[in-house]
Design a protein. Structure first.
Lengths: 884, 111
């Protein structure tokens, strides 16, 4: 018989059965004929023939098993049988499917985030070949960008990179229309668009270092639509940006986003190297450019790393002054984009997988209990000749049906859940816009469902298929006890559930504490009633010195606004938003404490205006604040924070001591001595876990920058004053937009977005886990009580104290809980490494966290034990005995 | 009937192959043929014949077609395939070796 016809047999078994029936009928008739021919009466002959032939039904079954693709036939029949069986137990089916749907749905939703943020290649041509290129300075882990001359050398000398481009973000003011508008410009050095492999939707892209009198810009699709109403004749149009003219050369497609960041880019502009030649910031030691490269065909990341290591060594020998000890680091670009969110996401993914495991354990318990109820059915099938594997297969198929039903429902839940999750994700989550349900996510759902079905179905199926026929059938209608293994397995499952729930609860406690601590005072400043916004004086219009004066003018104008009690400005706000100034980390030299050039420590640096500390409520511990007299011409002064004073002036008064700050980017060649005039309190930068670090403040007037955050303290809700403040800014410069207007409270809330997300999700997951574990415990104890009703009835009839019965059941529950707790705590202690670095203000092995978890779990577990225990104690002996 | 020996496992298949090797035969005919060639010494459970036939057919040792029996009834006739013939030969050799070895062993024990 051919494979095909056998396959066909599966779906029309009746034809095969009929042929076999005919064959058997012929046999019987021939036999009867022979017997009759030998002189036996026909009726007797028919009986004898039948008896000699044996069990027709069984023979038919075994013959058919051979003829058909037996397993496929069995599957089709088992699926039909399974659906019938599940329909007969609607409550169980409902509970199991709902539990699984929640578990699979939650997993799918979280996976869709993991998929978009961590797994999918970047949305560029052949995105997996893109690499981020960094400088590696072992002494300064934060300043890792690439300098312009290094960039040129890497690009011309590397053979493993097919292309290399750099960029940095820049803000310009677009004028010419009614309102001056701040635009996000990405300045591109090199052939960025061909490295990314994305063609424009309109016009051309920027060509590398083109020598044109007028700079070209490429617009983003969004900006083109918003600002120019998708004008098809935009290419060739001139624009005035921060007082200079540019020409639009192209528009990118709407899906194009680069760099992948939360602030959407409005346009890309090219700058040729000739424009950098004179700027000191373009020197080899000034590392400030983000760089992306494309691996040449046939070269992998490791190969490219090896080559660039050699190149870096050559550069350090050639330029020891700037490049000694500086390496070149390659990171797959997708990995870099995922950056610091990858670990929290993986932790959440692991957590939600644990929830699914707990759900599996619960469903497995349900099935075990049900299998006991079905022992007669199973025994009967076994007596009729079904093998053990066959019965196990049938039960397993029932589990798979449950799992797939849960998967389908879970998929539906996930499509809704993904939206909810996207609404919750922190604002700075990269690639959040790509989150959605695609074929990978659907594939994950199907795989997860099947795996789930196997996990919770395998053990019950195998155990239940092992029946002792005589016992099972003899026991008849009486309540069946279920052998020795099933209760032990049930207990083990509940213990596992509790252990997993403990791990999740511990994680949730840690993350909730972290979130709570981050929002807690004292952080060293007072964020209430403070409005903050960003002002950038375009350098095309103002020199740095002029910009410094502008800040002073602005301060005066704002002070005049009614309701304003304090005004200042600073390069950095006490939140995570200012972390970019890490690039400014100067070397610190302290007069009287000489160290070798290589051993110099670094310090964080903030330039601010007078009044910064009082406006933000940062206490002045010693000395004085900056004043307007600390100008460019006056002696250089600094204020240090407590950490710095403690680290370097442990036993002396830092006031009057002198320090030097050395940073190419900030001060160029100049390293004048600066006198310490004040000491202020440490600020724990919200969202920056860890202790406060040494920090030096300098007067903005003595090192002017063209951009700064302005802070305005008000006597009431600062949101009321936004329009008055805007007017004050326009009075200083009518073309000046203000940007990123937020209260400091809002900013702090945003900076802990990731922690909030972690805490919220892990809290929800552990809540579900706790609930499921409690249901599991309740189920097992109830079941045991139901099974032992007869025994309990006898005990009570013989005069046992109901309290003893109560204690008996509770002891059973407490044993399970205790074992689960012990395993769970041990488990969470071994997993602390996973969350290290994601926490703030609490250690992962903090005994208080564990105690809290034990307390919550014990409380819930007790409730789950109490109800079945009371039921046991209230068993009416007469009813229990009659029930038999 | 007391002298009839139960079939050793694996013997039914080779008996079926042997009985069909002489001429194509239907199921009932196979049964009669086995009884005939074994002189009624081996007990074949009649019902067990059909699963065995189906199994052998599935293994490709037998082929079947519907035909008309002596008494003009539709019956399924089995014949040996080439593979069936080869199997019969190898099985026969195996049984002969086994039978020889067994009888030698048993005689040695008596001595």
């Amino acid at each position: 018989m051919s494979w095909m016809s056998r396959l066909a047999n599966v779906f029309r078994p009746s034809g095969v059965d009929r042929a076999l029936d005919e064959e058997i009928a012929f046999h019987l008739e021939a036999r009867v004929d022979d017997l009759v021919a030998n002189g036996m009466p026909r009726q007797e002959a028919e009986l004898l023939a039948r008896r000699q032939f044996g069990n027709r039904l069984r023979i038919r079954e075994t013959s058919r098993d051979v003829k058909l693709l037996p397993w496929l036939d069995a599957v089709v029949r088992d699926v039909r049988h399974g659906i019938r069986a599940l329909r007969r137990a609607p409550m169980l089916t409902l509970v199991a499917v709902a539990t699984l749907a929640l578990g699979i749905g939650a997993n799918t939703a979280v996976f869709s985030v993991v998929n978009a943020v961590l797994l999918r290649p970047l949305p560029f041509k052949d995105g997996s070949r893109l690499v981020s290129v960094w400088s590696a300075d072992p002494k300064n882990p934060s300043a890792t960008w690439v300098s312009f001359p290094d960039f040129i050398d890497i690009r011309t000398q590397s053979r493993s990179l097919a292309g290399l481009a750099s960029w940095y973000g820049y803000e310009m003011v677009l004028t010419g229309a009614a309102e001056p508008q701040r635009v996000q410009v990405v300045v591109v050095i090199g052939d960025l668009f061909s490295v990314l492999g994305v063609p424009p939707a309109l016009g051309t892209t920027l060509r590398a270092e083109r020598d044109a009198p007028e700079q070209g810009v490429v617009l983003s699709h969004r900006f083109w639509a918003e600002r120019f109403g998708s004008d098809p004749a935009i290419v060739g149009r001139g624009l005035t940006l921060s007082g200079k003219s540019y020409r639009v050369v192209g528009v990118m497609p709407s899906a194009f986003q680069f760099p992948i960041q939360t602030v959407p880019v409005d346009m890309w502009a090219a700058l040729g190297p000739e424009q950098f030649a004179d700027i000191p910031q373009m020197r080899r030691g000034a590392r400030m450019m983000d760089t992306i490269g494309r691996l040449r065909e046939g070269v992998d990341v490791d190969g490219a790393r090896a080559e660039l290591d050699v190149l870096a060594t050559r550069l350090s020998r050639q330029y020891p002054e700037s490049n000694a000890g500086i390496g070149i680091r390659l990171v797959p670009a997708a990995e870099h984009v995922a950056g610091r969110v990858s670990r929290p996401l993986l932790v959440l993914f692991a957590a939600v997988a644990c929830v699914l495991l707990i759900a599996c354990a619960n469903v497995a318990n349900l099935l075990l209990a049900r299998a006991t109820d079905r022992r007669r059915e199973i025994a009967l099938r076994s007596a009729l000749g079904a093998g053990r594997a066959r019965i196990a297969m049938q039960l397993l198929i029932e589990s798979l049906i449950l799992a797939l039903a849960g998967g389908v429902l879970g998929g539906l839940i996930a499509t809704w859940g993904v939206d909810a999750l996207v609404a919750l994700v922190p604002g700075d989550l990269p690639r959040a816009g790509e989150i959605g349900v695609d074929r990978w996510v659907l594939g994950f759902t199907v795989t997860a469902s099947l795996a789930t079905g196997l996990v919770f179905g395998l053990a019950p199926a195998w155990l239940a298929s092992r029946v002792d026929l005589t016992v099972a059938l003899q026991e008849g209608g009486r309540t069946l006890s279920d052998g020795a293994r099933a209760p032990r397995l049930r207990g083990a499952l509940v213990v596992a559930e509790i252990a997993l729930a403990v791990v999740l609860l511990t994680g949730a406690t840690l993350f909730l504490t972290t979130f709570w601590r981050l929002q807690q005072a004292p952080q060293g400043f007072d964020p209430h009633n403070v409005l903050t916004f960003d002002v950038t004086w375009p350098w095309e219009k103002y020199s740095y010195e002029q910009a410094g004066n502008k800040f002073r003018e602005l301060q005066t104008a704002l002070r005049a606004v009614p309701g304003v009690t304090g005004v200042s400005a600073g390069m950095q706000l006490p939140d995570r938003g200012g972390a970019a100034t890490d690039a400014l980390w100067p070397y610190l030299e302290i007069e009287g404490q000489p160290v070798s050039k290589d051993a110099r420590p670094r310090t964080a640096l903030v330039a601010n205006q007078p009044g910064y500390f009082s406006t933000l409520g940062i206490p002045l511990i010693a000395g004085r604040d900056f004043t307007d007299r600390d100008s460019l011409e006056a002696p250089n002064v600094v204020i240090v924070n407590e950490s710095l004073a403690r680290s370097y002036f442990a036993n002396e008064n830092p006031i009057g001591k002198r320090v030097k700050l050395d940073s190419w980017l900030v001060f160029g060649d100049k390293t004048p001595a600066r006198e310490i005039v004040g000491v202020v309190g440490d600020v724990t930068h919200a969202g920056l876990p860890g202790a406060a670090r040494p920090l030096v403040y300098i007067p903005l007037a003595q090192r002017p920058f063209n951009m700064s955050y302005v802070v305005v303290k008000t006597d009431n809700d600062p949101a009321r004053l936004v329009s008055a403040i805007r007017a004050a800014v326009q009075s200083v410069d009518t073309d000046q937009p203000i940007y990123d207007v937020k209260t400091l409270d809002e900013r702090i809330g945003m900076s802990v977005g990731q922690e909030r997300f972690n805490a919220l999700l892990l809290g929800a997951f552990s809540g579900v886990a706790l609930l499921l574990a409690a249901i599991g415990l309740y189920g097992v104890l109830s079941y045991t009580v139901a099974q032992r009703t007869h025994e309990i009835g006898v005990r009570l009839a013989l005069g046992a104290d109901p309290h003893d019965v109560l204690r008996l059941v509770i002891r059973h529950g407490v044993t399970l809980v205790a074992v689960g707790l012990a395993i769970g705590i041990a488990g969470s202690l071994t997993l602390t490494g996973l969350v290290e670095g994601l926490l703030f203000g609490i250690s992962p092995s903090d005994p208080r966290a564990h105690l809290a978890v034990v307390a919550v779990l014990a409380l819930v577990a007790f409730a789950a034990c109490w109800i079945p225990a009371r039921r046991a104690a209230h068993v009416d002996p007469i009813v229990a005995l009659r029930y038999e | 009937m007391g002298d009839e020996a139960a079939l050793l496992p694996g013997t039914l298949d080779v008996l079926i192959l042997k009985s069909i090797s002489l001429a194509p035969e239907h199921g009932y005919g196979v049964l009669l043929r086995i009884q005939q060639i074994t002189g009624g010494a081996l007990l074949v459970e009649q019902g067990a014949l059909y699963p065995a036939l189906a199994r052998l057919e599935h293994q490709g040792l037998l082929a079947s077609e519907w035909g008309t029996s002596d008494n003009n009834r539709r019956a399924k006739y089995y014949r040996l395939t080439a593979a069936g013939r080869r199997r019969l030969k190898s099985e026969t050799e195996r049984w002969e070796r086994l039978a020889l070895a067994m009888s030698r062993a048993l005689r040695a024990q008596e001595a």
